[in-house]
Design a binder for this molecule. Structure first.
Ligand code: LLP
Length: 417
């Protein structure tokens, strides 16, 4: 459930008409709802209840400081994949002691920065990385808390670009090698083994692959225990899907229940970490865009809008279907089928195809479920300024990122003499 609803046929973000926001800040823009973010975060946290746990929001889904500050105030942990994301978490008031660091190619500088800040855990993705963390920690005379990201070889049954837990994927350490890597880690002077981790993919709509992965991990934890290697926390990653169209993913509460019930059978002592990104943010954000022109071709009608693939890449990159709706449904417009396309010079530049819409030139549209992997994947392709980002909190509107200006486009560039 989210707080973007129609009142008298006009779309609102919480208590604010979307048109008030676009009148003030222009289009295209991203609009987030604080109440929705909090509701979704709490859906995980409250379902986890008495089980010792930490919800580590996956920063890559949306790393705006306004968003991160809301999470920080909730007491959230964070899953990061770069030094840049760690810096953002700290800038937003997040607690580094609640940060887990994933990612396949962490640099020495990133490792040193994370150790200085005292993060909770490194999720290690290769034997070489293990050695690197041990060396950097040694040079700083500290001990690094680590967990191994195990690749459990289960099929998440999602889009191949966002599936991560198969043998053919670059992520994590192969299931069969994990035991040996843990033994190596346990013998390294500047490492402490604290956890086990996995992340099998994103936009999963079924709990079965999560539970299959969990079963494999618990077996591995038992084998380690028998060798005297104790694991304190189990990080099951992120990946819970959302409804973009007609998917029916489990609710956070149902997903959490399945995991916790399995743990309570014989591993209740483990502290549980979850790394949801999309499930918290996707439906907590929309992208507003204006119809610049309508063009009628012989085969198709095009709604040419002011947001392109540089602003929202998901449809172009993954053929992702995201809902597109009119902001003002009280306007009397003819209903037609449109391809909703952007201004970028690429055939693949579209935000939706074959959509039935009642629109005219100058009208506003909203792409729904745009709060996750929207702005964070935006670029300046075609020298386009990235959009403004706005957070609504009941009837308050906060600009959480200004629209980029033209000089921002060449900031840091230099002409030749
Ligand atoms: N943890 C790790 C280690 C991850 O790699 C990811 C996402 C997450 C957590 C969060 O997953 P989520 O709960 O959001 O599914 N750009 C793609 C999604 C890429 C996901 C990458 N990893 C998209 O727009 O669909």
């Amino acid at each position: 459930m989210d707080y973007f609803q129609y009142q008298q046929q006009r779309l609102y973000a919480e208590n604010v008409p979307v048109t008030d926001i676009t009148d003030q800040y222009g289009t295209p823009c991203y609009i987030y709802s604080r109440s929705t973010i909090e509701r979704h975060w709490k859906a995980f946290d409250e379902a986890l209840g008495e089980q010792p746990h930490l919800v580590c929001y996956a920063v890559k889904a949306n790393s705006n400081l306004g968003v991160l500050s809301v999470m920080a105030k909730l007491g959230s942990g964070f899953d990061i994949v770069s030094g840049g994301e760690l810096a953002r978490v700290i800038e937003a008031g997040g607690d580094p002691a609640r940060v887990v660091f994933s990612g396949v190619a962490k640099t020495e500088a990133e490792i040193a920065f994370a150790l200085e800040q005292g993060i909770k855990c490194f999720n290690v993705e290769s034997p070489s990385e293990l050695k690197r963390i041990n060396r950097v920690a040694g040079s700083m005379s500290v001990t690094a808390p680590i967990s191994i990201r195990v690749n459990p070889d289960v099929d998440a049954k999602t889009h191949p670009y966002i599936s991560t837990g198969l043998k053919a994927n670059k992520f994590g350490i192969d299931w069969e090698q994990s035991l040996d890597i843990y033994r190596q880690a346990a013998g390294m002077a500047h490492l402490t083994v604290v956890g086990m981790d996995c992340h099998i993919g994103s936009q999963l709509t079924d709990v079965a692959p999560f539970v299959d992965a969990l079963e494999r991990l618990l077996g591995l934890i038992d084998q380690l225990k028998a060798e005297g290697i104790e694991i304190d926390h189990l990080d099951v990653g992120g990946g819970l899907g959302v409804t973009y169209q007609d998917e029916k993913p489990p609710l956070p509460a149902d997903y959490v229940k399945a995991v916790v019930e399995r743990l309570q059978k014989d591993h209740a002592y483990l502290s549980l970490i979850m790394e949801p990104g999309r499930a918290i943010m996707a439906n907590a954000g929309i992208m507003a865009t204006k119809v610049e022109f309508i063009k009628q071709g012989s085969e198709k009608n095009f709604a040419l809008v002011d947001a392109g693939m540089n602003d929202m890449l998901r449809p172009s990159l993954y053929s992702a279907w995201m809902d597109i709706v009119e902001v003002d449904r009280s306007l009397e417009r003819e209903t037609r089928m449109y391809d909703v396309v952007g201004p970028v010079c690429e055939t693949g530049d579209f935000i939706g195809k074959d959509r039935s819409l009642s629109i005219d030139e100058g009208d506003l549209l909203v792409q729904r479920s745009a709060g996750a992997y929207g702005f964070t994947m935006a670029s300046n392709y075609n020298s386009r300024c990235r959009p403004a980002e706005i957070m609504v909190d009941k009837d308050q509107v906060y600009l959480v990122r200004e629209r980029e200006s033209l000089p921002d486009l060449w900031k840091g560039e230099h002409k030749l003499p």
